[in-house]
Design a protein around this ligand. Structure first.
Ligand code: ATP
Length: 309
C-alpha cells in the first residue's frame, strides 16, 4: 500500500475528562476513498481535527506524506483540505473572493483557471459574485467544499459532507468526489449515511465510543458480513420441515406458508433447494430475495460490539 496518511497510537482525552478516542492506528492509501462510519459522538470529528492539526492528540503521531502533523504543521496543513461540518465563512464576502482568499492563505496565488474549474464543478460559477449570505444552505455548503479545494490539496477530508442537503446536491457531491479521486486526490469522509459509504468508499472504518472497531475493504465487508435471504411462499402450508431439507438453514414462518432460507452471498443452494422442494411435492408460489446492505451490517456491528473480535 502506498500510504499517504499514517495514524499511529492516536488518542484524545479532552480537558473536560471525556475520552473521545482510544489509541487508534490507521493507514490510508494514496488515492483511496475511505469512509469513517460511526454514531453521534463516536469520535469522528476529533480524529479528523487531529489529522488537520486543529486538535492536539493526547498521545500518538500522525504523518502525512511522511511529515509529522505537529512538527511540520505548515507542510502537512498544505497537503490536506478540510470541509468542516459547520459554516465558517464571511457572510458579506462574495463566493469568488472567499475561495480566492482561502487559496492565498496557503500561499498560492493566481491560477484563476483552477478556481473557475472548482466553482464550475460545484455549480457555483454563476453565483461567483453573490454574497455568501444570499446563498441557500446547500450552496453555502458547496462554498465550503470549494474553499477546501482552493489550494489543491492531495487529501480531502469531508466531515458529514451531505448532512441536511437535498438528494440532487448529494448526487452532485458524489460525482465530484469520484472526479477528484480520478485526479488522484485521497478522500476521507465521515458520514451517518451508510448509503453514501456503500456508493463511494473503497474501504470502510467503523468507529464507536472512540474505538476503531473495524477497517475493511467495502466489498470484502459486504461479502463477509452480508447475508442473503430468500423467502419462499408455499402453495400449501406444511407443518414441519421435512428431514430431507436438513442441508439448508431454513425456518418455517407464517403458519407454515413460508420458508426462510438464510445463506452467505457465495452460496448457490437456491436451485438445489427448489429442486428438492419440487421432488418432495411442495409447490412454490413466490420467491422474495433480500441482500443485507451496509446499513444492516453497520447496525449489527455497532449494536453488538462484543462480536467483533
Ligand atoms: N472540544 C471538546 N471538549 C470536550 N469534549 C468534546 C469536545 N469535542 C468533542 N467532545 C466529546 O468527544 C466525543 C467525540 O466527539 P466527536 O465530535 O469527535 O464525535 P463525532 O463522531 O464527530 O460525532 P457527530 O457524529 O455527532 O459529529 C463526544 O463525547 C464529545 O462530546
Amino acid at each position: 500500500m502506498d500510504t499517504i496518511l499514517s495514524i499511529a497510537g492516536v488518542s484524545k482525552t479532552y480537558g473536560s475528562g471525556t475520552t473521545a478516542l482510544s489509541p487508534i492506528d490507521l493507514d490510508i492509501a494514496k488515492g483511496e476513498i475511505f469512509a469513517l462510519l460511526g454514531p453521534n459522538g463516536a469520535g469522528k470529528t476529533t480524529l479528523i481535527s487531529i489529522v488537520c492539526g486543529i486538535v492536539t492528540p493526547s498521545s500518538g503521531t500522525v504523518t502525512v506524506m511522511g511529515h509529522d502533523t505537529i512538527r511540520d504543521y505548515r507542510t502537512t496543513r498544505r497537503i490536506v483540505g478540510l470541509v468542516p461540518q459547520e459554516l465558517s465563512v464571511d457572510m458579506f464576502e462574495t463566493v469568488l473572493a472567499t475561495v480566492k482568499f482561502s487559496r492565498r492563505l496557503f500561499g498560492k496565488s493566481g491560477h484563476d483557471a483552477y478556481v473557475e474549474e472548482v466553482l464550475r464543478d460545484l455549480s457555483l460559477w454563476d453565483k461567483r459574485n453573490a454574497k455568501i449570505m444570499e446563498l441557500s444552505g446547500g450552496m453555502k455548503r458547496r462554498v465550503l467544499i470549494a474553499k477546501a479545494l482552493s489550494h489543491e490539496p492531495d487529501i480531502l477530508f469531508l466531515d458529514e459532507p451531505t448532512a441536511g442537503v437535498d438528494v440532487s446536491l448529494r448526487r452532485d457531491m458524489w460525482k465530484l468526489i469520484h472526479k477528484l479521486r480520478a485526479k488522484g486526490v485521497t478522500i476521507i469522509l465521515t458520514t451517518h449515511y451508510i448509503e453514501e459509504a456503500e456508493e463511494m468508499a473503497d474501504r470502510v472504518g467503523v468507529i464507536a465510543k472512540g474505538k476503531l472497531m473495524l477497517v475493511e475493504e467495502k466489498t470484502e465487508l459486504m461479502k463477509r458480513l452480508g447475508k442473503r435471504q430468500v423467502l419462499v411462499s408455499l402453495a400449501e402450508p406444511i407443518r414441519d420441515l421435512p428431514p430431507e431439507l436438513a442441508d439448508w438453514d431454513l425456518t418455517l414462518e407464517e403458519d407454515g406458508t413460508k420458508l426462510r432460507y438464510v445463506f452467505v452471498s457465495e452460496d448457490e443452494g437456491i436451485p438445489a433447494l427448489l429442486a428438492k422442494l419440487g421432488s418432495l411435492g411442495i409447490a412454490v408460489t413466490d420467491l422474495e430475495t433480500h441482500r443485507s446492505s451496509l446499513e444492516d451490517i453497520f447496525v449489527d456491528l455497532v449494536s453488538a460490539p462484543g462480536e467483533l473480535a
